[in-house]
Write a protein that binds this ligand. Structure first.
Ligand SMILES: [Zn+2]
Ligand SMILES: [Zn+2]
Length: 340
């Protein structure tokens, strides 16, 4: 079968690989859609010696499709059933998995499509417990829910205890993940949602997805945000950018006893010292999502209240899709269709 792989450092391309067969407890998925993610760009651009991977491997970690073969001992899923594939591949037996915190099982840099074979191929084999049935949802559309949707959902779930009906919450960056962040907050809370964006088309998207106000990103962000929030700060700030400027704006504008989720891999820095941000305000960098959280995301999507912004690309156009991702010209996720 055809697969799009990282063949060598800074060299990706199509290759022929053997069709995988499901072993005991596994299912094979005919891939419907694969969302492209900014972390793919990190893999594509990294020189040798930076990432802990053996090459080659097949890219793509936001995967949905249809089950087309099941291994021994697998029950409860039928062939042709549409499924979302969990982004990470937890072991099911370590201390994190035993606690239901399977998002912590593997480190963020290992999983399907990052270090081991991912979904940019006609088929993929995964553990039967790592798929979530999609019902009437179309795998060619909803693939981004597995990472962009679920990762942002996990971050929002962690800050929910900080949010009251009179709260103001801030979402910085309404791109691939932030667009879902806004929607989870709209669906799960009654808070006033302030989005931060620079790109004109995303300012409009933020409002369409549920933000009550949009503050323009860029020079002077911290002050503009303070004015928009009003006194007392925001009870939760989700930073999907993670630049120096957004981290500082978050630390200055989060409320006492609030929370700051640093989600974006912008690798910016902020100053940590006593009193540098509000008292008793949590500051954390969330990791992925559990399979149970993915199931909650799929359930919310089934309710019909979730907009999946995606632009579909033929398998042959995967490189053009990555170029659009790098250039920042996509409106939502690029979803590649390995089986048309
Ligand atoms: Zn990703
Ligand atoms: Zn585990």
């Amino acid at each position: 079968m055809r697969a799009y792989r990282l063949l060598d450092w800074q060299r990706a391309g199509f290759d022929e690989v053997p069709m995988p067969d499901p072993g005991p407890g596994e299912v094979r998925v005919r891939v419907g859609g694969v969302g492209l993610c900014h972390s793919d760009v990190i893999f594509l651009d990294s020189p040798a010696g930076v990432l802990p991977y053996e090459l080659p491997f097949t890219l793509g970690h936001e995967i949905a499709g249809w089950i087309d073969a099941v291994g021994d001992g697998v029950t409860g899923v039928g062939t042709d059933e549409p499924v979302a594939v969990a982004c990470m591949s937890p072991c099911g037996s370590c201390r994190w998995c035993r606690r239901g915190q399977d998002n912590y099982c593997v480190d963020t840099w290992h999983g399907r499509g990052f270090g081991t074979d991912g979904g940019l191929a006609e088929h993929i084999v995964v553990g039967a417990g790592q798929v979530v049935p999609l019902g009437d949802l179309d795998p060619r559309i909803v693939a981004p829910l597995t990472d962009a949707g679920a990762t942002s959902y996990h971050a929002v779930k962690k800050v929910l205890p900080k949010i009251y009906d009179d709260s103001t919450v801030v979402v910085i960056g309404v791109g691939g993940l932030g667009a879902y962040g806004v929607q989870w907050l709209r669906i799960l809370t009654s808070a006033r949602i302030i989005a931060v964006e620079a790109r004109p088309e995303r300012i409009k998207a933020a409002a369409d997805l549920g933000a009550h106000e949009v503050v323009e990103a860029g020079e002077g962000l911290s002050k503009r945000l303070a004015e928009s929030i009003g006194g007392g700060g925001a009870d939760a700030i989700l930073d999907f950018v993670g630049s120096d400027a957004t981290i500082r704006a978050s630390m200055r504008n989060a409320a006492k006893a609030g929370a700051i989720a640093l989600v974006g891999q912008g690798f910016g820095t902020g100053e940590v010292r006593y009193g540098a941000w509000a008292h008793d305000c949590d500051l954390f960098n969330p990791q992925g999502a559990t399979i149970a959280e993915l199931a909650e995301v799929i359930a919310l999507a089934k309710s019909g209240d979730v907009v999946v912004e995606a632009e579909q690309f033929a398998f042959d156009d995967v490189e053009a899709a990555y170029e659009r991702l790098k250039a920042g010209t996509l409106n939502g996720r690029a979803v590649v269709l390995p089986n048309g």
